[in-house]
Design a protein around this ligand. Structure first.
Ligand SMILES: N[C@@H](CCC(=O)N[C@@H](CS)C(=O)NCC(=O)O)C(=O)O
Length: 250
């Protein structure tokens, strides 16, 4: 009897920046989940979400089939790789994980788009991020991306609020998430589960990068929160943790 050997999946995501797995919470979530679950993968860096089946990043290619959306990808991998970091969670923990996911992915992710791409401090980094774009078209690309983001955030509703209200809503998201998080080492205690990929994916971009905002200041004032982010990076991305340490020492 022959057993089919599964090839590593291809993971399409934005290029890495700032010593974290990814500036995009969703790209960081998926790569973290792959490492938690021990699913082999190869990275294909792309700056262009339009290449994906849902015109968003990340997406994967598994045996020639492209699949988008981190939750759908994770369900697919749990089924086809027979791995489940959440197998031991009880009903109440599963409910908490879903509420945390909805808070961070359906609300806070828009706040991140605002702090990282619209606010002045974030806009500076957006400009720096466009280094790979040919200089002749760079101003046009930056203007187009910012216009699209502003349009998205206006339609979603968040951009109709004052800056201080948007920031306050993001801080409230984190107060709620941190209130239900265990003392560690992981979200539910001793073992990492999928919700750790979601929390770290969102926290890394908010707290471990130089993109300044009052939300970053709030998170950095919470020692347990910074320790969690550093611990997750150390445990699942030791190469990035080592590079960050070297950069700090230099
Ligand atoms: N629900 C999706 C969200 C993915 C997502 O919003 N990706 C963003 C980057 S963080 C994106 O590609 N945005 C490009 C666009 O909307 O045009 C998932 O879980 O994968």
């Amino acid at each position: 009897m022959t057993t089919a050997v599964q090839q590593p999946i291809k993971l399409f995501q934005f290029p890495r920046r700032f010593g974290i797995p990814n500036l995009s919470p969703f790209c960081c979530k998926l790569e973290t989940w792959l490492r938690i679950a021990g699913v082999p993968y190869e990275i294909v860096e792309t700056p262009d979400p339009r290449k994906g089946p849902k015109r968003k990043l990340p997406f994967i290619e598994d045996s020639g089939v492209r699949i988008a959306d981190t939750s759908i990808i994770i369900d697919h991998l749990k089924r086809t790789r027979d791995v489940d970091p959440d197998a031991r969670l009880d009903a109440s923990q599963r409910a908490t994980a879903l509420l945390v996911q909805r808070t961070l992915e359906e609300h806070y992710a828009f706040v991140v788009a605002y702090t990282h791409l619209v606010r002045d401090e974030g806009g500076r980094h957006t400009r720096a991020r466009s280094d790979s774009v040919p200089s002749i078209v760079r101003p046009l690309v930056i203007r187009t991306v910012q216009k699209q983001i502003k349009n998205l955030l206006w339609q979603q509703g968040i951009l109709r609020h004052a800056d201080k209200d948007i920031i306050e809503s993001g801080v409230r998201d984190w107060r709620a998430v941190l209130a239900v998080m265990s003392d560690g080492p992981f979200f539910f205690g001793g073992e990492p589960t999928s919700v750790d990929a979601i929390v770290f994916g969102t926290l890394a971009t908010s707290v471990l990068t130089p993109v300044e905002s009052p939300i970053r200041d709030f998170l950095r004032s919470q020692p347990a929160c910074v320790a969690y982010a550093e611990r997750m990076r150390e445990r699942f991305f030791p190469e990035l943790a080592a590079a960050a340490r070297e950069a700090r020492a230099a």
